[in-house]
Write a protein that binds this ligand. Structure first.
Ligand code: NAD
Length: 502
């Protein structure tokens, strides 16, 4: 990556696409098809990177490498201390290469450069945190089974893990999963999203530099329905950790049934910002504006619904609008912009479709609603709709764009009903100064993550994941490493076993 560091420091666009091959068994891997796919920067409309389009044969090669690496114990049999050392070294290499990684992330994803820098350095922190877990993951003992029996619960790595990631936070989301799988002692095949594979490939090379044995982490790039599907179906893969949309998650769950893989799913959301009448409206307004604008709304925990007490609706919406008027949307390499590009034309058209549907369905456009795709540079202004019917597409479906749907409530029961009245259960924010009201609300709201008087914040200590159609299982925290383990119960007879036939 050193060859790219000067270009990254200049923040100029590359004169030709940065080509990065796949990474299998500790080496660059060209792939059987020799097919390269270039990626246009959605913020600049020009090709910036190129990655290989793998065949399923390439995937088999990667899985075989991961299988060998797991079965011979070159990683799983190391001490926690040795595994931790590699994870810590990786974190320091991520920090050393943070500018280049952030630059590549911005080119492919369209997110503002300042945000990419923040995500890469936060990701390094996750690797550091997970290194600690490599030394504390452990089982249990039972000395209460009677005089003649002793019980052990042994916690072992699950085996070969397939990790499939989305395009919205390519490096950060990978870092919420991969170091935990490695801390547990697993080996891994990663299938990054086809639009944003480069930083994952660069990370694989850093892992080898950090001392990770060959074959422990392998990266295969290619199409989701081909390579992702084959990974989910693979008979030699023991677990699949999938992060992406709910419909694809459903098909991954079915595919994983072939050999009863363990499955972790982190899926979509339609997350409410619940604002009660006594809330600090300035605080809430700033967070609500941030919650739909962050990553141009292409964020699984985006606060895409505002469920607000009718008595403060008018005032709060005006304050949100005032904040959004100051938000700068544009070139993601210009550090002064708050919001970058929409990831690709298909996503741009989908978001535009929801803006049109909102207008058609009689919702009231408060601000935004404009967009530009001139020169294949894809930008959408953060948009707020009021009078959104709870059953409408705007209120029910994950748009994955900077669109806020506002619906008022009159009673606490209505607020909870609105918050829970969607198929998803990923995250929710609650705004109130009343401690008891906050506790009553977070007890009732169906979501894996709740923020009280804050939004979209956290650290690797806390588990993440969803309920309902937002997923299965948890990532990060102590729970994150445990997801990548299996429990084995061991009964140890002390003295002779009582005879069956005397
Ligand atoms: P996506 O479901 O289209 O793709 C995700 C990944 O799955 C990509 O790598 C893709 O190539 C792969 N894929 C596609 N078809 C596949 C198949 N049939 N079998 C296996 N893999 C396949 O999602 P996306 O558009 O990349 O990302 C956006 C979605 O991800 C949103 O719904 C968002 O809410 C969700 N997401 C969830 C979380 C979370 O933590 N809950 C985090 C980020 C994104």
């Amino acid at each position: 990556m050193r060859d790219l560091s000067e270009l990254a420091a200049s923040l100029r666009l590359p004169s030709e696409p940065v080509r990065t091959p796949m990474f299998i068994d500790g080496k660059d891997y060209a792939g059987a098809t020799g097919e390269w796919v270039s990626r246009k920067s959605p913020g600049h409309g020009v090709p910036v990177t190129a990655t290989s389009r793998a065949s399923t044969g390439d995937l088999d090669t990667a899985v075989a490498a991961a299988r060998r690496a797991f079965d011979d114990g070159r990683w799983s049999r190391l001490s926690g201390e040795q595994r931790a050392a590699v994870l810590l070294k990786t974190a320091s290499l991520i920090r050393e290469n943070a500018e280049t990684l952030a630059y590549l992330e911005t080119l492919e994803s369209g997110k503002p450069i300042g945000q990419s820098r923040g995500e890469v350095t936060a990701a390094a922190g996750i690797w550091e945190y997970a290194a600690g877990l490599a030394r504390v993951v452990h089982g249990d003992s039972h000395d209460t089974l009677g005089n003649d029996m002793f019980g052990l619960v042994v916690r072992q790595p699950v085996g070969v893990v397939g990790i499939i990631t989305p395009w919205n936070f390519p490096f950060f989301i990978l870092s919420e999963r991969l170091p935990f799988a490695l801390a547990a002692g697993c080996t891994v095949v990663v299938k990054p999203a086809e639009l944003t594979s480069t930083t994952t490939l660069k990370l694989a090379a850093l892992l080898t530099e950090a001392g990770l044995p060959d074959g422990v982490v392998n990266v295969v790039t290619g199409l989701g329905p081909v390579i992702g599907q084959a990974l989910a179906e693979h008979m030699d893969v023991d677990m699949i950790s999938f992060t992406g949309s709910t419909p694809v998650g459903r098909s991954v769950l079915t595919a994983a049934g072939c050999n009863m893989k363990k499955v972790g799913l982190e899926l979509g959301g339609k997350n409410p910002q619940m604002v009660f009448a006594d809330a600090d409206l300035d605080d809430a307004a700033d967070a609500i504006a941030f919650g739909i604008s962050f990553n141009a709304g292409q964020c699984c925990v985006s606060g895409s619904r505002l469920v607000v007490h009718r008595s403060v609706e008018e005032e709060l919406v005006e304050r949100v609008k005032a904040v959004l008027e100051k938000v700068k949307v544009g070139d993601p390499l210009d550090a002064s912009n708050h919001v970058g590009a929409i990831v690709e034309a298909r996503q741009f058209d989908k978001i535009r479709g929801y803006i049109d549907a909102g207008r058609r369905d009689g919702a009231q456009l408060v601000c935004g609603g404009t967009s530009s795709n001139e020169g294949d540079k894809l930008f959408i202004q953060p948009t707020v709709f009021r009078n959104v019917q709870p059953g409408s597409a705007l209120a029910q479906e994950e748009i994955f764009g900077p669109i806020l749907a506002v619906t008022p409530f009159d009673t606490f029961e209505q607020a909870i009903q609105l918050a829970n009245g969607v198929p998803f259960g990923l995250a929710a924010s609650i705004w109130t100064r009343d401690l008891q009201g906050a506790i009553k609300s977070f007890r009732e709201v169906q979501a894996g993550r709740i923020w009280v008087n804050c939004t979209i914040t956290g650290g690797p200590e806390m588990p993440i994941g969803g309920v309902k159609q937002s997923g299965i299982g948890r990532e990060t925290g102590r729970y994150g490493v445990e997801e990548y383990t299996e429990l084995k119960s061991v009964h140890i007879q002390l003295g002779n076993r009582p005879r069956w036939i005397a």
